[in-house]
Write a protein that binds this ligand. Structure first.
Ligand code: GUN
Ligand code: ZN
Length: 436
């Protein structure tokens, strides 16, 4: 048994529904078998468990492990391609790089870079957009398994518009997806995600093959893109006889509480109503939306329509793995929207980057906050003495204020430790996979 001693901040209750930040100084978290079995005042827990190993994290603060609900593994090496709208960026930046993953050795290196990026950013759970090549998806599952990360991913499928090496057929997509799922879905912390790239590059025939896989692989997830860019939305409407973008997925039964659609910057009200009725979630990716000029995310309309929203980094259109940066950019966006924006507090930002993501991925019973019964997935923020974040935290007026400073100033180099299921996988610049 291990007794962690720290200032612990988390959001067990939804701030969009009146929940507040939970902040506990000198908190004790007793962890056994990776699970938090007791929580309370450190001194009281220590008296009850005098033989537990104590890990003293009192300097800095402990937060739940961060949850990224939309991040592309093959794009880690093209982060930072600025100056283009979505369809040009895909043509010039993303797709040429993604074609290189046909080479499995290349894919292995990319997977290593990708997982390192997640771990260093304190992301312990992720819904990962995979590769168009099945062997590269294998490599991604292997890398996630090696580190013990909670990763849901799968084969990306498309049968039109993209460069020929990235295309498949509905039958081949089905066979390769079933094969990958049979080997990885439910293994340890891994799960399978049925992943048509977007309706622009997916005919009704391949969406139907996705629907078959989604039905047949019990507990699998569905993910894709929707309503990201106005030119893309217009092209999708043309290809599907004027259908609304959300409906192109809904017609095939792909929307459910196990579905996460990225972006949704330009939804209609009926589309929001459909997402809410299906219990599907939206991954809001603010640095990507800003970098590609996709638009300002209508968070208030999502919340008012009852659509669940979580956060995604959308690497590589997004500008990095840091969910703290995504939180800050989400805050900026809502400010820029003025009267139609939704003012966000630091508690909202933490909720969006932790509990909301866990819920969107159906993992809310296991991770997302640091309550008794949850897995000990956690990050330790430990800014260097004298750094702006250390100064800010040291002079914070309240826990909410300290957390605002974390979102305003925090970077991946402020993360002093990362734990998944009670196992420490990173400490400062040291990173430790489970086995080598
Ligand atoms: N739509 C289809 N593919 C992609 C992608 O790779 N990134 C983003 N941001 N949008 C997409
Ligand atoms: Zn994306």
């Amino acid at each position: 048994m291990t007794l962690f001693r720290a200032t612990v901040l988390d959001t067990p209750d939804d701030p969009f529904e009146g929940g507040a930040l939970r902040a506990q100084e000198d908190c004790g978290l007793l962890v056994e078998g990776g699970v938090i079995v007791a929580r309370g005042d450190f001194a009281e827990l220590r008296a009850l468990h005098p033989h537990a190993d104590v890990i003293d994290l009192r300097e800095g603060m402990v937060l739940p492990g961060l949850v990224d609900t939309h991040v592309h593994f093959p794009q880690v090496r093209v982060i930072g391609g600025l100056g283009m709208p979505l369809l040009d960026w895909l043509d010039q930046c993303a797709l040429p790089e993604e074609m290189r993953l046909a080479d499995v050795d290349m894919a292995r290196g990319v997977a290593r870079d990708f997982v390192t990026g997640l771990v260093d950013a304190g992301t312990t759970t992720a819904l990962v957009f995979g590769s168009h090549f099945a062997p590269a998806v294998d490599v991604m599952f292997e890398a996630a398994d090696l580190w013990g990360l909670r990763v849901t991913t799968g084969l990306v499928t498309s049968d039109r518009i993209l460069p020929e090496p990235l295309l498949t057929t509905p039958q081949r997509a089905y066979e390769e997806s079933r094969d990958l799922a049979s080997r990885w879905h439910g293994k340890g912390r891994l799960r399978y995600a049925v992943t048509p790239r977007f309706s622009l590059s997916a005919s009704d025939a391949i969406l139907e093959s996705c629907a078959t896989t989604f039905r047949e692989v019990e507990g699998s997830w569905f993910t894709s893109h929707v309503n990201e860019n106005t030119a893309e939305v217009a092209e999708v409407a043309q290809l599907f006889g004027g259908a609304a973008y959300v409906d192109t997925y809904d017609h095939h039964g792909l929307l459910s509480p196990r579905s996460v659609l990225a972006h949704n910057v330009h939804p209609t009200d009926p589309e929001l109503a459909t997402l809410a009725a299906r219990g599907a979630s939206v991954a809001h990716c603010p640095t990507s939306n800003s970098a590609l000029g996709s638009g300002l995310f209508p968070l208030r309309r999502h919340v008012e329509a009852g659509v669940q929203v979580a956060m995604g980094s959308d690497v590589g259109a997004g500008t990095g793995f840091s969910m703290l940066k995504e939180g800050l950019q989400a805050y900026f966006m809502q400010r820029l929207l003025g009267d139609v924006g939704l003012p966000l507090t630091s508690a909202h930002l933490l909720w969006l980057c932790t509990s909301a993501g866990a819920r969107a991925l159906g993992l809310g019973h296991e991770v997302g906050d640091l309550s008794v019964g949850k897995q000990f997935d956690a990050i330790w923020l430990l800014p260097q003495a004298g750094d702006p974040l250390a100064v800010g935290m040291g002079n914070a007026k309240s826990a909410d204020d300290a957390l605002s400073k974390v979102f305003a100033l925090g970077t991946t180099s402020d993360i002093g430790g990362v734990w998944v299921g009670g196992d420490q996988i990173a400490a400062g610049r040291w990173r430790m996979p489970r086995r080598t």
